[in-house]
Design a protein around this ligand. Structure first.
Ligand code: GUN
Ligand code: FE
Length: 456
């Protein structure tokens, strides 16, 4: 009845604040890579299922020091910028784009270069426990399609956007769409190609309508992209209210904030994910909630380019906005969502307390801003799944078997009586990629630390 059964202990978010532990449960995985049943040790069928699937050689029992986490969902990452990750972090957004990032992205006209960078990135992300990623590629359709193919081949669930930047004044001549019409034609072709590729990709690859951000696009391309997203019912992504400069630029152009401007073009939908969002007003947040549009919180990147800490607690609890976590490579230097979970907690605490001692303590911070480790874990997993409207990010029946198996042997655990939630905290704060033993996506093992070859 099931394809295989795994016995182990898992952690999964129930909601933003609460994490559930599944101690020594059986996870029964269907033919399609979905969790069909979870059986607790006290259940009558527990022993019999173990016996049955052991006899069929379809039973895996984790070691006592191994733990299961849902695979991470990177809700905002620029695949081409992997080539400059960890560098070029010395300039503000506008200068960073023009000095480093546009010249780098222009190189992806070269298919061989794209192939090399994208293959390496997808492999590294999987090793870091990222089972789904929402990617910006570049303006080039061919290279963007190649990224989707590489995700498909390596077994990762990829949502990929060919970037649109057609404004002749805002973008350099060496890196932009030739015309608005070409931008829209290429986007439509890209959507059709990736929808076709999805048919033979069990874990799913999805095309994403991707206006880079309002400053790089004309009104006509924004309008055309909204129409394409509606025509094909596909995801949408962009940058929204990131940095003083970008936020002010949009206010001056449209007399309103990004969220309302994007909404005018049909770009704020249930399937939209907007990155950063550090400068949202209360009205903007209400619009996000009403439209079901998600925020991709990128805490490492925001420390360099955001000019503000995104108020995650307020988004989640005051406005019930969907929020996930993004690495924003290479605005953020780390491909690891473990690192971003840690930074999300730390940034929120600095927003809560404030940082300038010359300001009196009552006025220094924004009370109610700090988030817990559980909440940051939620962003990287279940929150990302909800943001994408896909059944991923949780250990629960009918969710994809997208998981990472963590080896806790080298973590500082010195007592057999350590509570599971204490172990959970140590895993989140102290794990490194080398502590990830295996990664599974849609019921297929895509990474095994002890084997060189992927079993895809
Ligand atoms: N705004 C427009 N493009 C980008 C980008 O590549 N990275 C970030 N962080 N912000 C952007
Ligand atoms: Fe970004």
């Amino acid at each position: 009845m099931f394809n295989f059964v795994v016995k182990g202990t898992a952690f999964s978010s129930v909601d933003p604040k609460n994490v559930n532990t599944f101690e020594n449960c059986l996870f029964c995985i269907s033919e399609t890579g979905v969790i069909g049943k979870i059986i607790a040790p006290e259940s009558e069928e527990y022993d019999q299922i173990i016996e049955e699937y052991s006899a069929k050689n379809k039973f895996q029992e984790l070691a006592p020091d191994q733990y299961i986490l849902p695979g991470f969902i990177d809700l905002h990452i620029h695949a081409p910028q992997w080539a400059q990750a960890g560098t070029a972090l010395d300039l503000p957004l506008y200068d960073w784009l023009n000095t480093y990032t546009f010249p780098l992205e222009a190189k992806f006209a070269d298919g061989d270069f794209a192939e090399t960078v994208y293959s390496d990135l997808v492999t590294k992300l999987i090793k870091n426990g990222t089972t789904t990623a929402l990617y910006f590629a570049t303006v080039h359709r061919e290279a963007s399609r190649r990224l989707a193919e590489i995700c498909s081949e390596k077994g990762q669930r990829g949502l990929v956007g060919k970037v649109v930047m057609d404004d002749l004044e805002q973008n350099p001549a060496y890196y932009r769409d030739a015309t608005t019409a070409v931008a829209l034609e290429e986007t439509e072709l890209f959507i059709q190609e990736v929808l076709e590729l999805n048919k033979k990709t069990p874990q799913g690859v999805y095309p994403v309508v991707t206006p880079r951000f309002i400053p790089s696009c004309t009104d006509d391309s924004l309008k055309g992209l909204g129409a394409l997203a509606a025509k094909y019912d596909v995801h949408i992504q962009s940058h929204c209210s990131e940095s003083d400069w970008a936020h002010t630029f949009v206010q001056e152009r449209f007399g309103k904030n990004d969220a309302f401007a994007l909404n005018d073009f049909g770009l704020m939908t249930e399937k939209s994910v907007m990155a950063h969002c550090g400068f949202l007003s209360d009205e903007d947040m209400k619009l996000f909630a009403e439209k079901g549009t998600a925020v991709a919180h990128c805490p490492i990147s925001n420390a360099y380019f955001g000019n503000a800490v995104t108020p995650v607690a307020k988004l989640l609890h005051e406005h019930q906005v969907e929020v996930g976590l993004g690495s924003d490579i290479s605005g953020g230097f780390s491909p690891s969502l473990f690192d971003n979970i840690r930074q999300a907690v730390m940034s929120s605490r600095m927003l809560e307390d404030g940082v300038d001692k010359s300001c009196c303590s009552e006025k220094r911070g924004v009370s109610g801003s700090s988030i817990t480790l559980n909440e940051a874990f939620y962003l990287a997993t279940a929150g990302g799944g909800e943001s994408l409207s896909l059944p991923i990010g949780k250990i629960a029946v009918d969710y994809a078997w997208d998981i990472q198996i963590i080896d806790s042997k080298e973590l500082p655990i010195f007592s057999e009586e350590e509570p599971l939630m204490t172990i959970f905290q140590k895993i989140l704060y102290l794990s490194r990629p080398k502590n990830i033993d295996e990664v599974w996506i849609q019921g297929r093992k895509v990474h095994d630390k002890n084997k060189k070859e992927l079993e895809v």
